[in-house]
Write a protein that binds this ligand. Structure first.
Ligand SMILES: [Zn+2]
Length: 378
């Protein structure tokens, strides 16, 4: 009797199971496609967790049609250098932190830039920790053929002196050699803001108040850029300060982003609530030498600052930092996450680190030097 009943019900059960399998399968597929799922879509990268994977990112096969690399700079000093591989297109944003960083940067780039050409170069602003590598003798402009160079529209630096003089000389030589040059404001005025850098990947130069208005600090002159691939957005604001971020939000229709390069190395004066509440970042990468006394002796204000951490924490705990100081006296450093690479296949995004795979809140430095924000307390 029981057997017969079970037999009678089985087609219904089979149908129910089939429907259930379909629903579960579809849900899993959807979840796999959403942003913030930091698993790799490729079987051989299955060991990559949401915290990334140990191992060298320099030239290693880490997957992704889009890769955004935050480079270590080979010294104790804070600075930015972001290399983006979008399909076959090579993009470099900044080349800090010192002229002596060039060999470290080029050794890394040469693993990827196999034809010696950077199709796009963005120089965010005229601070050494961002443009030293372009001003250097035998610098980036000497070592690579550059396609389109987009740089800051304003600076308070004297064009006849120091690093700005060297930068302009090298820039002009590169233009003479065939590079196309626009300032960020040229891009706005000529309605040349969008660059289709690779199939399905768009680079947009954002409008910014300080491309045309005076600022006391060079930081606000930073060229700001939004990279988009499908539903995924990636935001780079150089060292833009809070008042510049306020204008940036007002002047652009900013989307939520998968990745935000921490403004101004995780300074207390950038990554304002006004910006973060709009972009709601899922991953934040900080280019700095964590805890070094380069800019301040006040512990909470050393990069990445307590104020920055407190503001970012409600949105994400996926905060990565390139480098950490070892000794202020000897100016020694070591990798924190090391070279950080954010990879995407167009939908899924994963992070690969060359050193530790811990996010900031899991590090010994954070435990010792920072107060854990409520959002990160488990
Ligand atoms: Zn800087």
């Amino acid at each position: 009797m029981m057997a017969s009943k079970a037999k009678k019900l089985s087609p219904v059960l089979v149908l129910l199971l089939a429907v259930l399998c379909f629903v579960v399968g579809a849900a899993a597929g959807f979840l796999g496609a959403v942003r913030g799922n930091f698993t790799s879509p490729v079987d051989e990268y299955a060991e990559i967790s949401r915290h990334g994977r140990r191992g060298s990112t320099a030239g290693g096969d880490i997957g992704g049609n889009l890769q955004i690399h935050f480079l270590e700079l080979g010294n104790y000093y804070t600075g930015d250098c972001v290399y983006i591989k979008a399909g076959d297109t090579d993009i470099l944003i900044d080349a800090g932190s010192k002229t002596s960083s060039v060999p470290t940067i080029s050794a890394y780039l040469d693993n990827y830039v196999t034809d010696g050409k950077l199709e796009y170069v963005i120089v965010t602003h005229a601070h050494e920790d961002h443009y030293a590598g372009f001003a250097a003798k035998n610098g980036i402009f000497d070592l690579y053929e550059c396609g389109i160079i987009i740089d800051f529209a304003k600076t308070n630096k004297d064009p006849a002196k120091g690093m700005q003089k060297s930068y302009l000389a090298n820039l002009n030589a590169e233009i003479e050699a065939g590079a196309t040059h626009y300032t960020a404001q040229d891009c706005i005025e000529q309605e040349r803001t969008d660059f289709a850098v690779a199939e399905g990947i768009n680079m947009k130069i954002l409008d910014s108040y300080y491309y045309t208005n005076y600022s006391e600090t060079e930081n606000n002159y930073s060229v700001c850029m939004l990279l988009t691939e499908g539903e995924n957005n990636y935001l780079f604001t150089g060292d833009l300060e809070a008042d510049g971020e306020k204008k940036l939000v007002e002047m652009n229709d900013l989307p939520e982003v998968v990745l935000y390069k921490a403004g101004h190395h995780g300074s207390k004066t950038s990554s304002s609530d006004e910006l973060l509440s709009v972009i709601k970042p899922e991953i934040v990468c900080v280019c700095c030498c964590a805890g070094s006394s380069e800019y301040t002796k006040t512990e909470a204000n050393k990069f990445p600052t307590q104020a920055f951490i407190d503001r970012v924490a409600p949105y994400t705990d996926q905060v990565y930092v390139t480098t950490i100081f070892e000794s202020d006296e000897n100016k020694t450093f070591t990798s924190m996450n090391g070279n950080i690479t954010v990879c995407s296949d167009g939908s899924r995004v994963w992070v690969v680190c060359s050193a530790s795979d811990l996010v900031l809140r899991e590090t010994a430095w954070f435990e010792e030097k920072r107060t854990c924000p409520a959002a990160w307390q488990k």
